[in-house]
Design a protein around this ligand. Structure first.
Ligand code: N01
Length: 547
């Protein structure tokens, strides 16, 4: 492919950073409004998270008919998902289809990493440069950079000494990896590892899982989709979409049952007897998927209710895993269930019954260092040929800090956010006029079905730009008081839940030195949408428009 020359002093109405689902829909939307836009994307293709995360077993934990765009009814009807939970290759194909169908590629510059984005007060424009030499300006800057796009390497001595093959889940080689005949070690037991472990175990000679903190996982109960069921579902797609967007279920829907919203058994778990709650949990376990947590509405609020969920999952683990010591090690005890992203698996716990899989408990025998031959634990060395790191991300703020973003008075965003992210509605930071963040910190984002949240933000931004154009306003800025109100509201909501007790990446707890601030908005996509709609209806309260 011929190298496209770098942009030199190119001017656009908007520059969008990132060509994942957020960047693609934003571009499509802006074009529809008659605006010019340039998208810069680091990868050589669209897809964002689904471009990079190609590790074995990678799939979405939201159901395929819900994890898809709703903005175009023909697209919705034409595209056929094959499984309840789509695989990474299928989702990437879908992203490519969207790019081609809406002719998006002509405005996307691939293999361009944005390194600076500076607001110029003298002309009210953003100047953006890339590492590859582009320099362009736009009235609006829109970040579509994802929440989990900066991989975190573990802080383990000797990582580079290892002489075997080393792979990172979120930067997986495109040609795939053949584990046949290999002794494989994997560090990490988050969502990525829990999806990868059963698949690697099937291929490898031996797999050793190095686990520091066990996670709760529920079965996906995945299956191929039945065309008659899909046809019936698609007949009422609008109704299902409405429920995803407005319901309590974080936009995931509950597609298998055709009730697009999970109806809790009771408002409060305490109202249920042990037998009733057990029956509800059993039913959700069999149904599969992350809405397991929604059997009752207070699973993330009440310690007692949450503890009953924990006991249920512990029982399931002990029933599934044959070796009692391995089963105990797999039972999470350090955090309430759901306070770290619950994992959705295909045969995860069953994998530990295989003869070729060993679980090492790093709480008992910590990693001392990586050696040339493998992993040195406090009780000896585990020799391996291949090391897989599934050690997570510098979530939510990491992608912003990878770019030198400066607002008014050349203030770096990194400086404004030194004690944690601050943004009005998770969309716009005071002091950074005309810059919008799709699924930024302070919005439901990672606690929701991302496609639902992306569409809501893109539509909101588009409406805000329309409002500005109608009044001939060229500058939109979040009001500082409104931002402060929103940030404290986000904290208050989180503090009413058990989330802050998870010690998770939601809080920045997985990154040394990162401030502990609960970053996503925990009240759900329905409540958040209502607030946004209300603010827009009040002539965009908290947003200042000027010429
Ligand atoms: O990362 P994680 P992930 N020594 O941060 C361990 C989304 N996602 O990539 O907990 C030993 O969850 C760490 O241990 P500990 C989803 O939102 C979605 O798996 O720090 N271990 C932990 O076990 C998810 O939540 C899908 O003690 C070390 C693991 O590495 C998010 O991405 C699929 C270590 C990191 O787990 C992140 O998931 C996959 C060390 N030094 C991911 N450092 C879908 O299905 C870290 N660890 C859509």
């Amino acid at each position: 492919m011929a190298q496209i020359p770098a942009d030199e002093n190119a001017r656009f109405d908007a520059i969008i950073i990132g060509a994942g689902f957020a960047g693609m829909y934003m571009l499509h939307k802006l074009r529809g409004m008659g605006l010019t836009a340039r998208v810069y994307e680091t990868a050589d293709n669209v897809g964002g998270t689904w471009y990079w995360n190609r590790y074995p077993g990678a799939r979405c934990d939201a159901e395929s008919l819900a994890y898809s765009f709703s903005f175009d009814e023909e697209l919705e009807q034409d595209w056929n998902w094959t499984e309840r939970y789509a695989t990474q290759p299928e989702i990437l194909k879908y992203a490519e289809h969207v790019a081609d169908r809406f002719d998006l590629r002509r405005d996307i510059r691939f293999e361009r990493r944005v390194d600076t984005a500076h607001y110029d007060e003298s002309n009210n424009r953003w100047r953006v440069t890339t590492e590859q030499g582009d320099s362009a300006s736009a009235q609006f800057l829109i970040t579509a950079i994802g929440c989990l796009s900066v991989p975190a390497l573990p802080d383990i001595e000797g990582l580079d000494d290892f002489k075997g093959h080393r792979y990172q889940a979120s930067l997986w080689p495109h040609e795939g990896v053949d584990f046949s005949g290999q002794r494989v070690g994997i560090i990490g037991t988050g969502s990525s590892a829990i999806q990868a472990i059963p698949v690697i175990a099937e291929q490898a000679d031996h797999l050793t899982v190095f686990q520091r903190t066990p996670n709760y996982s529920v079965p996906a109960q995945n299956f191929p989709l039945d065309q008659n069921w899909v046809d019936a579902f698609k007949k009422n797609y609008r109704g299902h979409r409405y429920n995803q967007k407005h319901g309590l279920n974080s936009g995931f829907g509950d597609l298998k049952t055709e009730i697009a919203e999970t109806v809790p058994l009771a408002e409060v778990g305490d109202d249920l007897s042990d037998a009733e709650i057990e029956a509800g949990l059993e039913e959700r376990w069999e149904r599969g998927g992350a809405y397991f947590m929604n059997v009752v509405s207070d699973s993330m609020m009440s310690e007692r209710t949450n503890a009953r969920f924990v006991a249920f999952v512990h029982k399931k683990i002990r029933e599934t895993v044959n070796d009692p010591e391995t089963a105990e090690w797999l039972c999470p005890t350090s955090h309430p269930i759901g306070t770290r992203r619950i994992c959705v698996d295909i045969g995860y716990y069953e994998t530990y019954n295989r003869d070729n899989v060993t679980l090492r408990n790093l709480r008992k025998t910590p990693i001392e260092r990586i050696t040339e031959r493998g992993v040195l634990l406090s009780d000896g060395e585990v020799e391996i040929d291949t090391l897989v790191l599934a050690t997570g991300f510098d979530a939510m703020t990491g992608p912003f800090f990878n770019i030198d973003i400066r607002g008014k008075n050349a203030q770096p965003l990194k400086e404004k956010w030194v004690e944690g992210p601050r943004a009005y509605l998770g969309l716009m930071a005071a002091g950074f006029p005309n810059m919008f963040m799709i699924t930024g910190p302070g919005s439901p984002s990672v606690l929701s079905n991302m496609l639902v949240s992306i569409e809501q933000h893109v539509d909101f931004i588009a409406d805000c730009l329309t409002r500005a154009a109608r009044e001939n306003a060229t500058k939109i800025e979040a009001n500082l008081d409104s931002e402060n109100w929103w940030v404290s509201h986000v904290n208050d909501v989180a503090n009413d839940t058990l989330y802050p007790r998870g010690g998770s990446w939601y809080l920045g707890a997985n990154i040394k030195g990162k401030p502990r601030v609960f970053m996503p908005y925990a009240a759900g996509v329905g409540a958040y949408r209502e607030i946004c709609d209300h603010i827009a209806a009040q002539d965009w309260r908290g947003f200042e428009f000027s010429a």
